[in-house]
Write a protein that binds this ligand. Structure first.
Ligand SMILES: [Cu+2]
Length: 341
């Protein structure tokens, strides 16, 4: 990674996720380490370049260029060139810098491996080709809830993150909050994060995992505790609860729900209905999400129409098949999905 690229990342493009612009821990300590190692590497390169230029420009005349030989046996005399002892000084400085950088790296990574205090929230992340299932655990098991791709956390609170994979190897990464954590089938890897600033931080899969690896994004929104509590309470509720009791729903929404349960329930869950599928993302509160297709496109009715009709055309290879539904059935399903706040 070149220095101009790093500078462009950190200064010019304020929207691109960058580990050099941390918004919490453990990313903060890792960014300090990253900057320190970058500065040392640049300084060493500059010093060596200057010395090389000086060496080339400074043409010293050797007053005694012919090799003298010992009179006794004719072997060449060993001659110590003045200034050669500086090599030892340079070597000593290099060793000290390298050992210092190594020690700082070990200490920094060891201290960022664990949260400084016991995490208050645990999230279980399950990677799928190509989306993220999220289960927010709770000390009261019935208060745990499942969502997908978009996660909220309270600012200033350490969060334990446990990652596992449903299929192939992935990697879970939010550059501004924490380093990459490999997601490996058959095991649970654990990391942690603490957002220190409100904001929405984009994450991505950081391990090539197939055709749509590039479209496996997610977002973590850090917000004040009260706002997080409201979000969590809304996510816990079934979608039926999010509608007024006995609400007289428009006929197209009711029709959309019927089509959804008949057609989509094998793969998707909408809590409070008979749709209990676990293959695809839980859609109980899909209307509250910003994007569809794991960060692929904005969650708008027009994009939902395109997605529900033919997800393969938008994200080739995705598990969701092309649905052979009539146009008015798709429109009804979209009307229904937009009520799931
Ligand atoms: Cu991937």
């Amino acid at each position: 990674m070149s220095l101009p690229y790093i500078i462009a990342q950190t200064r010019l493009d304020s929207h691109a996720p960058s580990y050099m612009r941390p918004a919490g821990a453990p990313a903060g300590g890792e960014a300090v380490l990253g900057w320190a190692l970058t500065i040392i590497a640049v300084a060493v390169t500059v010093v060596i370049a200057i010395l090389l230029v000086v060496a080339v420009l400074r043409k010293r005349e050797d007053p005694d260029s012919t090799t003298k030989r010992n009179a006794s046996d004719g072997t060449p005399r060993v001659k110590i060139v003045p200034g050669l002892s500086w090599i030892y000084v340079g070597l000593a400085i290099t060793v000290v810098i390298l050992l210092g950088a190594f020690g700082a790296t070990v200490v920094s990574l060891a201290s960022s491996a664990h949260a400084p205090s016991r995490p208050k929230i645990t999230m279980d992340i399950t990677a799928h080709q190509w989306w993220w299932e999220v289960r927010m655990e709770d000390s009261v098991p019935s208060d745990a809830f499942v969502t997908a791709n978009e996660i909220h956390v309270p600012v200033g609170v350490p969060v334990e993150i446990r990652v596992q994979s449903q299929d192939v190897i992935h990697s879970f990464w939010v550059p501004e909050l924490f380093g990459k954590m490999d997601v490996i089938p058959g095991q649970i890897n654990v990391t942690w994060m603490r957002a220190d600033r409100s904001g929405t931080y984009r994450g991505a899969c950081a391990e090539y995992c197939g055709l749509q690896h590039a479209h496996m994004a997610f977002a973590i929104t850090a917000e004040p505790q009260k706002m997080y509590d409201r979000w969590a309470a809304a996510q816990r509720a079934t979608s039926a609860n999010s509608l007024p009791p006995n609400a007289a729903l428009p006929p197209n929404v009711l029709h959309g729900e019927a089509v959804f349960v008949a057609t989509c329930s094998g793969c998707h869950t909408v809590r409070g209905t008979n749709a209990l599928g676990r293959v695809g993302p839980d859609l109980t509160h899909i209307a509250s999400r910003q994007t569809i297709g794991a960060g692929l496109i904005d969650n708008t009715p027009a994009n939902l129409m395109r997605w529900v009709s033919d997800a393969q055309a938008m994200k080739p290879g995705v598990l969701m098949p092309r649905m052979d539904l009539r146009h008015d059935d798709v429109a009804a399903v979209v009307s229904y999905l937009t009520t799931l706040h």
